[in-house]
Write a protein that binds this ligand. Structure first.
Ligand code: PL3
Ligand code: FE2
Ligand code: FE2
Length: 231
């Protein structure tokens, strides 16, 4: 169908433009998986009763990281890890501060709700436009990410009343960082045929559904999930 081809031209995974954008996006994902690994290990120290389960989640994140490193190697791309560490710096700092204050609710919101929803959105949008090797890897990874989101949902649902105020505060402090991060990655993501609008949409769906499962009302979800969005 020639018309369809004109709308979605074949991506050239070997082009310099694609590989240059991939060097940053791939690094972001590798760094995100590494930080997720570290965050679940730290959460295990704050939640001794879930320590083993959290260690299991951390191991999955380490495996995800290896998978995405293989995706970069497969395209002969060197990930720009310095860019990626900078990309996560604010969110990283907020998590570390919350962990030092033993704010479990804030740590869970940052890692299990925000970062996992961000990952779910990004990976689902990436799968149909990925090269065949990366597609296979990402399909396996995204299934795990739903289970990580679910861990946060279940814990926060069981502690909803006493967590509600801290969740709202943590949302106000951290959700604007997501929109900032999205703006920073927008141009590179587009080169990989991932649209910012679709990323926002899928993020909102995953995050909003999580907030709903935890116990927030539709009105509260609307207010919380669009907080600090700029454009
Ligand atoms: C937690 O398990 C994983 C954390 C990873 C966070 C990834 C955020 C990705 C945002 C960049 C959008 C492009 C993604 C491309 C997918 C390979
Ligand atoms: Fe992961
Ligand atoms: Fe995860």
């Amino acid at each position: 169908m020639p018309q369809l081809e004109a709308i979605t031209p074949e991506l050239d995974y070997q082009s310099e433009t694609y590989k240059d954008a991939y060097s940053r996006i791939n690094a972001i994902v590798i760094e995100g998986e590494q930080e997720a690994n570290d965050n679940y290990i730290q959460l295990g120290q704050l939640l001794p009763e879930s320590k083993e389960e959290l260690a299991r989640l951390a191991k999955m994140e380490a495996r995800h990281k290896k998978g995405f490193q293989a995706c970069g190697r497969n395209l002969e791309v060197t990930p720009d890890m310095e860019f990626a560490r900078e990309f996560f710096a604010d969110l990283h700092q907020n998590f570390q501060k919350a962990a030092a204050e033993e704010k479990i609710v804030t740590c869970l919101l940052i890692q299990a709700l925000i970062i996992e929803s961000f990952a779910i959105a990004a990976y689902n949008i990436y799968i149909p436009v990925a090269d065949p090797f990366a597609r296979k890897i990402t399909e396996g990874v995204v299934k795990d990410e739903y289970s990580h989101l679910n861990f946060g949902e279940e814990w926060l649902k069981a502690h909803f009343e006493e967590s509600k105020a801290e969740l709202e505060q943590a949302n106000r402090e951290n959700l604007p960082l997501v929109w900032k991060m999205l703006n920073k990655v927008e141009a590179d993501a587009r080169i990989l045929a991932m649209e910012k609008e679709s990323l926002i949409e899928d993020f909102m769906i995953a995050y909003g559904e999580a907030l709903s499962n935890i116990g927030f009302s539709t009105r509260e979800i609307m207010r919380m999930s669009a907080y600090g969005i700029t454009g």
